[in-house]
Design a protein around this ligand. Structure first.
Ligand code: HMG
Ligand code: MG
Length: 308
């Protein structure tokens, strides 16, 4: 079968500073986070989710969000995003003039309740108000909508693809510029992701969809491959493979940005970023957390350097 890949540019949304750190027991010093963000920009990444304006009691690791944003400069031609759970979070994002906000819900009632203490319907109501206000106060701002648990919920099990498509359509109608579909717990294989994609494609086109894979069981890159073949070009990933969701038990690291870059470029595609610099950016953070490098492409480089 001929490959469907025609457009060679792959867009990476780096979520390491936010998704990578929100679930860690150890809080990383603000200056270490700031350097991480600066190094990711220097590595060529243009869209970076820097932090969250969520409740600091719920996610203490990101309690320094405002302070961190004061220490970093949005890249030219790119943007920073911050996670915003409600109008209180929006007030904080507007005060900092962040280039993009990300609202977040899920395709499972159980998950949304535990994550943001709302029902799905309540979350859409709250985010409708958040998006309207953001649009009127920051007209040039960009809005990401996250939809988590698009294949399976850690609490409620398998998710019906039709629910994913309905909620994707609603988030776009409400004014999201794109929807990031989260395979939050890293269980899915390509056939399951394709099943979701086919239904979502009935309500929107590829350019409005981003895929957000976790690599808990080593299937993330296979899912990227399947979605590239299907014509998708935007992916969330996390430098060093940092991450997991505090309200998704067992959700291992996000897809490592290094592995995404390696896979895309080895396939003849262009990411505009430098794999070695991305890996170097994540090292001080991994060290602060006492964690090993999780990007497989980097482990291979190191093994080659140290073997006799
Ligand atoms: P709540 O306790 O229900 O909030 O939390 P509330 O509205 O009842 O307010 C309680 C108190 O919180 C009040 O203060 C508010 O002012 C304060 P008090 O009067 O008691 O002093 N408050 C805030 N403070 C600072 N910033 C705010 C804020 N909002 C209220 N924004 C809430 C509801 C949504 C705030 C809480 O549940 C929360 O912050 N949750 C965030 C959880 C989170 O960050 N989860 C991880 C997200 S990652 C994810 O979902 C998956 C993703 O990565 C993709 C994937 O992998 O699938 C995106
Ligand atoms: Mg995630």
């Amino acid at each position: 079968m001929p490959s469907l890949i025609t457009d060679r540019n792959v867009r990476i949304i780096e979520v390491g500073p936010r998704d990578g750190l929100q679930n860690e027991k150890v809080s990383v010093a603000t200056e270490v986070k700031a350097q991480f963000v600066r190094d990711l920009v220097a590595a060529g990444l243009r869209e970076i989710e820097v932090t969250s304006f969520v409740h600091p009691k719920w996610v203490p690791q990101l309690a320094d969000a405002g302070e961190l944003l004061d220490l970093v400069l949005e890249p030219e031609g790119g943007r920073f995003s911050v996670l915003v759970p409600n109008e209180k979070g929006l007030d904080r994002a507007i005060e900092k003039r962040v280039g993009a906000i990300a609202v977040f819900t899920a395709a499972s009632e159980e998950f949304v309740r535990r994550n943001i203490n709302m029902s799905i319907a309540e979350s859409l109501e709250v985010f409708g108000r958040v998006i309207d206000r953001y649009r009127s106060e920051v007209p040039t701002g960009f809005v990401r909508g996250y939809l988590s648990t698009v294949v399976e919920c850690p609490f409620a099990g398998k998710v019906e693809p039709g629910i994913v498509a309905d909620l994707t359509a609603k988030l776009l109608e409400m004014g999201c510029d794109e929807v990031s579909l989260g395979e939050t717990i890293g269980v899915a294989v390509p056939s399951e992701v394709i099943e979701v994609a086919k239904v979502v494609e009935q309500v929107t086109n590829h350019s409005k969809v981003v895929w957000h894979f976790h690599d808990t069981r080593g299937t993330a890159i296979a899912n990227v491959g399947a979605m590239l073949e299907r014509g998708y070009r935007s992916f969330d990933s996390s430098a060093g493979g940092l991450g997991g969701c505090p309200y998704a038990p067992g959700a291992g690291g996000n897809l490592a940005t290094e592995d995404l870059v390696y896979f895309a470029e080895r396939n003849g595609m262009v990411t505009g970023s430098d794999l070695a610099l991305i890996a170097a950016a994540s090292l001080p953070v991994l060290e602060a957390l006492g964690r090993p490098m999780m990007a497989k492409s980097q482990l291979a480089v190191r093994a080659a350097c140290t073997s006799p």
